[in-house]
Design a protein around this ligand. Structure first.
Ligand code: HPA
Length: 274
């Protein structure tokens, strides 16, 4: 990983937001962008102005870093995520975590859209990620060890912070919209899965499937940040629904749930502020 580039990007953010002291980070994945309205904005910086990050190439991912506040918690909101399958390298995926760590934030909330494998994970369900399976066939910590990411062999016994997961449940109770819990499996993408892969993933213990989140989660955990993650179940996984998967339909499903996602994040930030 090119740490010099990550440091250069961090400097660009410092120059743009010289008084920023975020305590929380939020990465908004597919379909979650409308939830940014939950934050009172202090600043906005286009990803193009941040070396190492660059503009997302995926429809539905805007590409701007927002500096905002919710329930008094200063937050860096990443409006749009970079993915491994975009082919821009690991720097753009790792950058948000590097930035949060450098600015002294203590926790990060990751969001995504996913396909439901378990029977109850139907479109419209919100799922707390309790654990994950890395089936990307790649790992962003491969390479020379750099102590800024923690140990050479990070422990992953509990990547997703138990207290944060409880706070997510409490936030959802306030909305009267209980959350599912489950294991998220990440593939590299960019293809969706075959029905045979979905059957195999179910046998491995996966409840939902997507193409993101796992790299950021394990990096943030290794670097000492508390990690929480939420999946919006946008579709039944391949072979479990009655038609082929289409990206535009999947993101549209997530957009339609934006009001409940925004309220959930608002309640969660209230819980985090306690
Ligand atoms: N598979 C992979 N990624 C996804 C899916 C899916 O079914 N739905 C949303 N992102």
């Amino acid at each position: 990983m090119n740490l010099a580039m990550l440091a250069q990007g961090t400097q660009a953010v410092r120059t743009a937001f010289p008084t920023a002291k975020p305590v929380v980070g939020l990465i908004l994945g597919s379909g979650w962008r409308a939830t940014a309205t939950a934050f009172e904005m202090q600043g906005r910086l286009d990803y193009r102005a941040i070396p190492g990050l660059g503009r997302p190439t995926v429809a539905g991912h805007d590409g701007a870093l927002l500096w905002g506040t919710c329930s008094g918690l200063e937050t860096f909101v990443f409006l749009g995520r970079r993915h491994w399958y975009e082919g821009a390298g690991w720097e753009s995926v790792a950058f948000p975590i590097y930035l949060l760590k450098t600015f002294g934030a203590s926790l990060v909330v990751l969001t995504n859209a996913a396909g439901g494998i378990r029977a109850d994970l139907t479109p419209g369900t919100l799922m707390v990620i309790d654990d994950h399976i890395n089936a990307m066939g790649a790992h962003l910590l491969v390479g020379p060890h750099d102590a800024c990411w923690g140990a050479r062999f990070p422990d992953l016994t509990q990547v997703y912070d138990a207290d944060l997961r409880r706070r997510m449940d409490r936030a959802a109770e306030c909305l009267g919209h209980p959350l599912a819990h489950g294991v998220y499996l990440a593939t590299s993408g960019p293809t969706y899965e075959t029905p045979a892969e979905i059957r195999a993933f179910r046998a491995w213990g996966a409840d939902a499937v997507g193409m993101s989140t796992v790299p950021e989660a394990l990096l943030a955990h290794a670097a000492g940040l508390r990690v929480g993650a939420l999946s919006f179940i946008a579709n039944r996984a391949a072979g479990l629904g009655n038609r082929p998967l289409v990206h535009e339909e999947i993101t549209a499903a997530a957009y339609s749930a934006a009001p409940v996602m925004s309220r959930l994040l608002q309640e969660l930030w209230k819980e985090l502020a306690k």
